[in-house]
Design a protein around this ligand. Structure first.
Ligand code: THU
Length: 135
């Protein structure tokens, strides 16, 4: 089933979530918004740590949170908004989700789920990660 998704609204939720990023080290703020098939929207932002490797990406915060808050709801769409406040006009490579988050998307999102990336547009999971790791 492919739902009609208001991506403009979900994108603006992701932009709003960017403002909640905790990114004092990189200054690179990321917001994510997950839309579920029950209509709920779950937000995430990147959360950094002085021990850099402990940082969590916005996409994973949103996806993992959605699994805890609405365990039986399916993910319909994900919107991501990323950017460096000190270099707001960087190229689109700075906006794309990292490889680890793409692998997590494949684990928890159906292949029909829609992904929208601020400044880039719509992407399918297959475009983002054509050959995911499978166990
Ligand atoms: N980051 C995300 O939140 N999502 C991504 O897909 C890539 C990177 C965050 C992690 C870190 O806080 C900052 O961006 C710079 O890497």
């Amino acid at each position: 089933m492919s739902a009609v998704v208001d991506m403009a609204r979900l994108g603006s939720e992701a932009r709003g979530a960017r403002s909640r990023a905790y990114a004092p080290y990189s200054k690179f703020r990321v917001g994510a918004a997950v839309l579920l098939d029950n209509g709920a929207v779950v937000l995430g932002s990147n959360i950094e740590n002085a021990s850099f490797g402990l940082t969590c990406c916005a996409e994973r915060v949103a996806i993992f949170s959605s699994r805890v808050q609405h365990p039986s709801a399916k993910i319909v769409a994900l919107a991501v908004s990323a950017g460096d406040d000190s270099h707001p006009h960087e190229g689109e490579h700075t906006r794309m989700p990292c490889g680890a988050c793409r692998q997590v998307m494949v684990e928890f999102m159906p292949s029909t789920a829609q992904v929208w990336i601020d400044g880039v547009g719509a992407q399918t999971l297959a475009e983002l990660l054509p050959s995911p790791f499978k166990l």
